[in-house]
Every structure is written in C-alpha cells, then in structure tokens.
Write a protein that binds this ligand. Structure first.
Ligand code: GLA
Length: 389
C-alpha cells in the first residue's frame, strides 16, 4: 500500500478531514548473536525496509482511537489517556498503548488524545520484529508530536523495550527495538548489549545476498518459552557468581565456561549457558570475518549458531531444521540459521546472488514434501531506522 492510500484510508476510517502526520519504523533481521541480548552479550542485527507505518492526528480531548489495517476485523478500538492500565482484551493495541504508558510513567508529557491508523508489511509472527517496529514507530511518533526534542532514538528503543517487558509481558532484550530505532541502510549494527556501545558495519556481500525464508510456523507459547529460557540463564549466572566475579554471561570466555560448568545445577542450565557464551564469541568472530570480507568464515559461524540454537538452546523446531538442512545441502549457500526468538519464524541464509531462484526451488521442494506447505522468501533489503515521512 502506498502513502496516498494510507492517507485516504485514515480519512475514511476516522471520518475526518485532518491531515495526519506519518511515521515509519522497520522490522529487523538478526545476522548472528541470538539470545545473547538479555545475557549482556553481542548482537548483529540490521533494519529491514519492511516495517510499520503510523498515521496520526492529535485530538483536542484525551480520547485514543486505534485502527490497524492488519486487523480490520477488530475495527476501531477506543480508549483514553485516563485508562492506560494493561487489559487482557487489548491484543495488538497493547503495543501502542504500552508505549504511551511507558512514556507517561517516565515523566514525558502526553496530554492530548489521538486518532491512530496503523499499517504494517512485516508478516505477523515471522520473528522479524513486527511488535518492536510498532513500538519504535509509536515512540518516534510521540517524540515528534509532543515535541520531546531531547529524547534520543536510543532512549526510544529502551522505552519500547520497557513497554514490551512491563506492559505486554514479554521479557525481551534490547536487540529488536535498538535495530528498529538505530538501523542504517546497508549496514548491520554490532551492539554490545551490556553497555549499548555500538558500531555500524557495512554489509558488503559481493556475489552473495541474504535471503530470509519464512517457515510460516507460529508457536503459540513463544513468550512463555522465551521467558523460561531467560530465567534459566539467570539461574546459571547466579550459580556461577558464587565463584566468579561477573555481572553477565557475556563476560565469560568458552574456556572459563568449561572450567566452571560444574557449578551449574543441571544439564539443561549447562546447555543454555554454553549457548549464551559460545554465541557471544561467535558473534564477535563473525563481525571480524565480515569486516575482512571472509564470507566463508561468516557462513560457517552462521551454521554453528544454528546448531547451538537447535541443540543447546532448543529454540528451533522440525520445520525450521528442514529449511536449514535443505539450505546446507545447496552448494551455493555459505551459511544458514534460524533467526530471531525462535520456535518457528524465519531462517536467514547467505546465498549466491544468481542462484536465488534455485535456492527457493530447492527449499520449497524439501519443505512441501515434508509439510505440504510452501515457505515464503524475501531477499533482505537493509533499510534505515525509524523516521518521520
Ligand atoms: C526476540 C527478542 C530479542 C532477542 C531475540 C533472540 O526477538 O525480542 O530481544 O532476545 O528474540 O535473539
């Protein structure tokens, strides 16, 4: 849908002549560094050109009216700045509501209601961060409409994460919101989640492209399984802290892990911690490899990341493993792995540019013969972070 159509839809939905302001925030794909962001480790995501658009007109009262083109059956949801407490029946509007709530809770003045029309072109539940893009779009919108000039994009990312943790109940790290807020065209973000220091690294892939494959599997218990992984890592950290002077798993080397793993209470926690530690090291190595144009090494690290997520962190699923195995069998693929929170969603593969059709054919055949459905493919187009249009 183009901007003009969105403006017309806004007028039709809210029956208004007011010209809306328009904001956009992207989804993200993570190249490597999975489940490290809440462990004080490194991540390496990039913003996509897909994302969430928000059209807004401020009101003279305190009413909030929300409409999403992605959930037209829900119609207009009406609330108010005086009713911001979380509610079970909120569903998708808990993301924009949660961000308004987080801003007010942090002392920002949001004192006028608004009519808000949303349209997103990230496939829902694909693990490409449609929710973070909605949160960051909302934060960017509030910054601009309420003249919060000193608010940085980094702080918008943190407020989005705060809303997701404390309003929506998903105990996520900072990666998705950070990538959506801070992304840059044709660059990936090498982020140290312990300090929020980051570096933009050009993604120069020569004859290769990044292809995202959507398994179309959506796990219904994603947030509870995710929160459980996070608790397991916290338990592991506590056990190690009895002996080691560390504040996060991101501070450990593989050798330190091997020497101290006997401190961990059980095999499950040992596996979770081994992943958090090894993935963090792999991420740093992968960034180094990319900067040296060593795509072969980068691809191998992607493959190792998948094995660790599958075996140690146990966040893959048979459908995703089928897609990754099929990619590994293609001679023109340098690396392939699950990307995002896991339990379904997407894989990312490094594929020779003029073999992309063959890649899609191979993976579709393997997937269809195992699961009787076709995966979807997107060539990753690395875009800019959130902005006004
Ligand atoms: C989800 C979370 C992120 C991150 C990834 C896994 O996308 O929102 O914070 O933990 O999973 O790397």
């Amino acid at each position: 849908m183009n901007q003009q159509q969105m403006i017309e839809n806004f007028a039709a939905v809210f029956k208004t002549q007011q010209t809306p302001d328009i904001f956009f925030a992207p989804g993200r794909v993570n190249l490597i560094g999975e489940h490290t962001d809440y462990n004080g480790g490194h991540v390496f995501p990039c913003a996509l050109s897909l994302g969430t658009y928000g059209l807004v007109a401020l009101r003279d009262d305190r009413q909030l009216r929300f409409y999403s083109e992605n959930f037209p059956e829900a119609g207009i949801t009406v609330s108010s700045l005086d009713e911001l407490e979380p509610r079970k029946d909120y569903r998708w509007i808990s993301y924009p509501m949660g961000v308004i709530w987080a801003f007010i809770k942090h002392g920002y003045t949001i004192d006028r209601g608004m009519d808000l029309y949303i349209y997103g072109n990230i496939p829902n539940g694909s693990g490409l961060s449609s929710s973070a893009s909605l949160e960051v779009m909302m934060g960017t919108l509030l910054k601009n409409c309420f003249h919060l000039d000193s608010l940085t994009m980094e702080k918008i990312a943190l407020l989005g994460q705060y809303a997701e943790n404390h309003y929506c109940g998903m105990n996520c790290g900072i990666m998705d919101q950070f990538a959506s807020a801070m992304g840059k065209r044709e660059h990936a973000i090498f982020l140290d989640t312990n300090t929020l220091d980051f570096r933009l690294v050009p993604v120069k892939l020569g004859n290769y492209k990044l292809v995202i494959t959507n398994s179309l599997v959506k796990h219904s218990l994603v947030s509870s399984a995710y929160n459980q992984r996070r608790r397991e890592c916290e338990d592991g950290l506590l056990a190690l802290q009895k002996v080691l002077d560390i504040s996060s798993l991101g501070e450990l080397t593989n050798e330190q892990f091997e020497t101290n793993k006997f401190l961990l209470p059980d095999e499950i926690i040992r596996k979770r911690v081994r992943h958090a530690v090894s993935e963090n090291i792999r991420t740093m190595d992968a960034v180094e490899a990319l900067m040296q144009n060593n795509l072969i090494a980068f691809g191998e690290l992607m493959n190792e990341s998948h094995c660790s997520l599958r075996d140690d962190y146990e966040v893959s699923c048979p459908e995703i493993d089928t897609l990754v195995d099929a990619a590994w069998n293609c001679p023109f693929v340098l690396g392939s792995r699950i990307t995002g929170g896991g339990f379904g969603g997407c894989t990312i593969s490094l594929v020779e540019s003029d073999k992309i059709d063959a890649f899609c054919k191979e993976l579709s055949q393997s997937y269809e013969s195992a699961y009787q459905k076709k995966p979807e493919f997107y060539v990753a187009d690395i875009g800019d972070g959130a902005h006004a249009l």
